[in-house]
Design a protein around this ligand. Sequence first.
Ligand code: BES
Ligand code: ZN
Length: 617
Amino acid sequence: MVKSLVSSILIFVAFYSSYAQNWADDVHSYARPNEVRVKHVHLDWTVNFEKKKIEGFAVLTLERFNQSSSLMLDTKDLEIKSAEISADRVKFTTTKFQLGETDKTLGTPLEIQLAQDTKFVRISYSTSPQASGLQWLTPDQTVGKKFPFMYSQAQAIHARSFIPLQDSPQIRITYTATVRTPREMIAVMSAEGNLQSIKSRNGIYRFRMQRPIPPYLIAIAVGNLAFKSLGKRCGVFAEPEVIQKAATEFADTEKMMQSAERLYGPYRWGRYDILVLPPAFPFGGMENPVLTFVTPTIIAGDKSLVSVIAHELAHSWSGNLVTNATWRDFWLNEGFTTYIERRIIESIYGRNRSEMESMLGKQNLIEELKSLPASDQILHIDLKGRDPDDAFSSVPYEKGALFLRWLEQRFGRSRFDPFLKKYFNTHSFQSITTQTFVNFLKKNLIETYPGIVSIEEVNEWLEKPGIPKNAPNPYSENFARVENLAKSFVEGKISAKQISTKEWSTHEWLHFLRAMPEKLSFEKMEELDKAFKLTNTGNSEIIFQWLIMSIRNNYEPARNRLKEFLTNVGRRKFVRPLYVELVKTPDGKKFAKEIYSVARKGYHPITQASIDAIVGF
Ligand code: BES
Ligand code: ZN
């Protein structure tokens, strides 16, 4: 009797745990993973540059927990042609489907009727030329100017604009794909198969991602691409015109991998390659597994901006191996990654450089907090009814990294480093919530080494606005020197020419420029420009800072450069603040509208949405 009770409890537990994998409440997805879960996706795509459409089908492999329920998917601007079901993946029969009401941010739920024995669903569809997760570039938007280019950017909730699926980061899937492109073009994806693409160059490409990933990590790019190896397991893809420069800039990639592995355990994804996109790419980088996507604006010629590579590589642990379960847990991805990024930088380029980058990061955070409502200053942010793209800020990045650095300082690296390594091993290939992290932190640090950190302190970091009073203060000797020089220059005690900048890295330049007061006279601006050729610098971070200053001070000689920058570069981090600064004056607003009317068509939908809200469209 007791025995049978125990065994039925065991059976129940076994059944229940497969069925109730504690799904988090994801306000950004229509999926009902507790009823049916997609496990694998096969894509068969034709990339049509004339129509700016991907056409083809997706076959979804299902795991069903409730035999009577239908399948609910996320879609956005997709044209659904048919839905078919199958028990064996061989014989498919047509089934009923229904598109629900469209939400501007979330898109349109797609409900598909299933039969008792259904294990596979095939959906034939095509994307819209306006798909929010794709950008179609004309040849003149590329470096080579001969071939068009197309790429995807699925994070946070744009995978649904090119694949009908359960678009929630807690649903992990494997995928395979067959991609057909114009014959002379190359397709690459966030999967195995990219080196094969380069070798065959025949217009039909096959890919396979065998490790379970969240849907926002599915990615594709098609263009005229070349490849250069950087080591046994890493390399770079780019247009042939930039491949050599890119390879030189990213030469330290293998070293970075080894440094991350020493800290947090083996790299689990096979290869790590980098794809350099055309300048319209809206982000610095995107951690697509096996193939990080980056903006060409980090190629400075002196490796000074490669922290973006360290960052995207770090996501191979924080983000891709251990994933935020919902977008309110985004700080688990970005805070951890920013912290690890700086650990990698420290180990390769030294503490001095990582401290400068930490200081610049904290400055950004403090600056941004001034204009953020309290509710957006919280790491464990409430995103109900909001577009994750609109809530994007440096809070999850820099406040998240400060929190981890604070834990590191309290417990010491000898305890904190093994703790993080264990965190990644324990949750590898899982999607977790902030609560799961807190439980793990309690058990493995707070209670293991009592009397060091209280749960109330942790709670303040995670649930309260602002920066806690005892937050870490990164410090750099170099920056202190630069500040003094900036002060002397502003006060007229020294001239620009007297400042010895020979040893300065990009970081010191940035700190120097940021140390200037909001208002500088034309003479001082001109003096800086003449001494340091700032208007002509090719370093994207420095020119950005200089252009911000030029707008604030109405510095006419930089106007053409500003126009050129805004029409060539689509990286949102640069473009958005420049427009924000411009629209502050009537004259600037006129200039902004003039530039935007030309530049808009070259921006990614994400950048367009941000700038529309500033300039008006
Ligand atoms: N995963 C992010 C980019 C992202 C975040 C895309 C949210 C869409 C929604 C990526 O890892 C990232 O953080 N990129 C940064 C660079 C980094 C060095 C701070 C960027 O693009 O600025
Ligand atoms: Zn990131």
